[in-house]
Design a protein around this ligand. Structure first.
Ligand code: SAM
Length: 339
């Protein structure tokens, strides 16, 4: 990509688009227009938009290809119906809200963080962020909805890009409320799946499983197991998934989690790790590198290169396969425990 003055200005004002998107989700624009065109005046009234700015806001969403505008009014585009309408199978609104409420304010102070991060990033100690996140049921739900909004996108590629035919069971360690467990189990009716995570997520797992329709025996094939991957026995399954987990922890803790996974897997078992990994030369994956700073801001941890991840797998005893791109933002590493 060539950098020009105009491209720099687009980068600098990228937050305009992000905030317009966040506001549209928060206001319920897409839910309101998902079933057909709604006139401007009706939208203004229903969403409480001020007449001075409503048309510019909604037309900006048209220009962002999230709405269409005809004589009948504004309607959701297919992309907005698929990803931004609550209840859609690939709804990512929870992740957008997490970015709006938690990450956007944190990034506002990046300069001072960059000068004062000695106690955080890559340090010897990262406080466990989870007790605060799960302090109340409302906080737990809002965090879980944020994770859902990303995991939902990985359900299909993870179901398709790994050969599930040869295994019968898997566990998603740090699987939150079970979004990925339910997606993989729904895609492969022969599989039994376990979501292994901290106890506060159990009721939200039950709620999610009860809400899944169209997969007759899903409830009998998936279960929640409460526990810590640092201290408790891990589920007895043939495959473990560890996704968006290692980036929460410093390196020594990552090694510990991977080693425990190796020790609990049967011979021939498989460990799948996904994250927004960084290219090995650390010069191409802007998303992975910026996500790394994001993790430093949030929890004092970081992303990591594919080679680093593969190194930890080998160190634990796994045989390592080539990395697989789950989508353009997420890399999957595969480790096999020798027979
Ligand atoms: C960033 S979220 C990732 C969730 C999910 N795997 C995904 O990809 O969306 C990290 C998860 O690790 C879980 N977790 C944190 N500490 C844990 C522990 N000690 N044992 C088990 N799970 C833990 C959290 O509760 C949370 O669900």
């Amino acid at each position: 990509m060539t950098v020009t003055a105009a491209s720099l200005i687009k980068t600098a004002t990228g937050f305009y688009e992000a905030q317009a998107l966040f506001a549209a989700v928060e206001l319920g624009v897409f839910a309101r227009v998902s079933s057909g065109p709604v006139p401007l005046s009706t939208l203004q009234d229903d969403l409480g938009l001020h007449a001075n700015v409503a048309a510019d806001f909604l037309d900006a969403l048209v220009a962002m290809r999230l709405l269409t505008r005809t004589d009948a009014g504004y309607a959701a585009t297919p992309a907005a119906r698929a990803y931004l309408t609550p209840g859609a199978p690939e709804y990512i609104g929870g992740f957008l809200t997490l970015n709006q409420r938690r990450l956007y304010p944190a990034w506002g102070d990046l300069t001072s963080f960059l000068k004062n991060a000695e106690n955080l990033a890559h340090g010897a100690k990262v406080d466990d962020p989870m007790p605060a996140l799960y302090a109340t049921p409302q906080r737990t739900r809002s965090f879980a909805e944020g994770m859902d909004g990303y995991a939902t996108l990985l359900g299909r590629p993870l179901s398709e890009k790994f050969d599930w035919a040869s295994v019968k069971s898997f566990a998603d360690l740090g699987g939150c409320r079970g979004m990925l467990t339910t997606r993989v189990a729904a895609a492969h009716p022969h599989l039994q799946g376990v979501t292994f995570d901290l106890a506060p997520l159990n009721p939200l797992f039950d709620e999610l499983v009860a809400s899944v329709t169209g997969t007759t025996d899903l409830a009998s094939r998936v279960r929640f197991q409460a526990g810590s991957f640092f201290t408790d026995p891990l589920p007895e399954t043939e495959v473990y998934i560890i996704g968006h987990v290692l980036h929460d922890w410093v390196e020594s803790k990552r090694r510990e989690i991977i080693q425990r996974a190796y020790d609990h897997l049967p011979a021939g078992g498989t460990l799948l790790i996904y994250d927004s990994m960084i290219d090995d030369q650390r010069e191409e994956s802007a998303f992975g590198l910026l996500m790394s700073l994001n993790m430093a801001l949030l929890s004092g941890a970081s992303e990591y290169t594919m080679a680093q991840g593969q190194g930890w797998l080998r160190e634990a005893g796994f045989q390592v396969e080539s990395p697989v791109a789950l989508n353009e933002l997420t890399t999957l590493l595969i480790g096999r425990k020798p027979l």
